[in-house]
Design a binder for this molecule. Structure first.
Ligand SMILES: NC(=O)c1ccc[n+]([C@@H]2O[C@H](COP(=O)([O-])OP(=O)(O)OC[C@H]3O[C@@H](n4cnc5c(N)ncnc54)[C@H](OP(=O)(O)O)[C@@H]3O)[C@@H](O)[C@H]2O)c1
Length: 281
């Protein structure tokens, strides 16, 4: 069956969690998927092939670090040389840092933005010209509910996702004349490798004035993530977007989160702040 936006998909951060499930979901629907990982074991031009049991789809894993311009260029041109096109780009690679704003160094904040925000920018800069040449495409950026509600002690993570949403909204307008559609997906707490990969800022130790609240807040984050749904729910939402001719600008994943995001439009900001502070501190 023909695919509305084409069948060559590029998923960043497909070695684990949400990216892994997105890659699998596309593969099972017959898409030709190129997933990425930074893992050293894979050589630049070496691929691990996973084939779908139910369709002609596959996943090939290639090496990519979204923080490295040369690595982005190599990975994108590898796929372009193989396929002559990239139809769907899913910017999924990301991680979270935790710590109060006061305890976070500029270097730590920059590291967070380098992956979560500039990683998306680098990928778009290299993939958009290919999509333009081919007359269109679809870009799906994995944001977070934290781009709707800035979470205490995850301010830099939240800010990086707010920034992804700002980029996506403008990109959607800029690339519309070239037939390139842009959507953002906002998952809530999801059970993945994200929790284990979280980095704690150096200043967040027992000497921090925030230590007690920070600790409680982190315990809450971990509990919510590890008891959250699996990454399949996010993959399902992404696939649904890919099947729409005119994808929506923003999709929040999970009924509970959808309701909260909807209500936020009508509730006073002070009330929203009160609720978030009750939840996390
Ligand atoms: N889990 C949640 O609760 C949740 C909620 C909302 C949004 N999200 C977002 O969902 C996305 C996926 O996260 P996840 O929950 O699936 O976490 P995960 O299981 O830790 O997966 C993260 C993926 O990102 C890749 N990655 C990290 N840094 C990278 C870099 N510099 N260059 C290339 N790839 C990189 C990792 O690949 P390698 O280590 O193999 O390179 C891995 O495949 C992230 O953008 C995250 O912010 C997650």
């Amino acid at each position: 069956m023909g695919k509305i936006h084409g069948d060559v998909v590029f998923v960043t951060g497909a070695s684990s969690g949400i990216g892994r499930e997105i890659a699998r979901a596309f593969m099972d629907e017959g898409y030709r998927v190129y997933g990425t990982t930074r893992k050293k074991a894979l050589q630049e031009d070496e691929v691990q092939l996973e084939k779908s049991k139910n369709s002609s789809g596959f996943i090939k894993m290639i090496r990519l670090d979204v923080c490295d311009e040369e690595s982005v260029e190599k990975a994108v041109s590898y796929v372009y040389q193989k396929e002559g096109r990239i139809d769907i780009l899913v910017n999924n690679a990301g991680f979270g840092i935790a710590g109060s704003i006061e305890d976070t160094s500029t270097e730590e904040a920059l590291e967070q933005f380098n992956t979560n925000f500039f990683g998306v920018h680098r990928m778009c800069r290299h993939v958009v010209p290919i999509m333009r040449k081919n007359g269109g495409g679809l870009i799906i950026n994995i944001s977070s509910v934290a781009a709707q509600f800035s979470i205490p002690f995850q301010a830099m993570y939240s800010a990086s996702k707010y920034a992804v949403e700002a980029l996506s909204e403008a990109l959607r307008i800029e690339t519309r004349p070239f037939g390139i559609k842009v959507s953002v997906v906002e998952p809530g707490d999801t059970k993945t490798g994200f929790t284990q990969s979280r980095q704690y800022v150096k200043g967040s130790d027992e000497n921090s004035v925030y230590f007690d609240t920070f600790k409680k807040s982190v315990e809450k984050m971990i509990k919510d993530e590890t008891s959250g749904p699996g990454p399949e729910v996010v993959a399902k939402a992404v696939l649904k977007i890919a099947k729409r001719k005119n994808p929506p600008i923003r999709v929040t994943v999970g009924t509970g989160y959808k309701v909260i995001v909807f209500l936020k439009r009508f509730l006073p900001v002070r009330f929203v702040q009160y609720m978030v502070s009750k939840m996390y501190s």
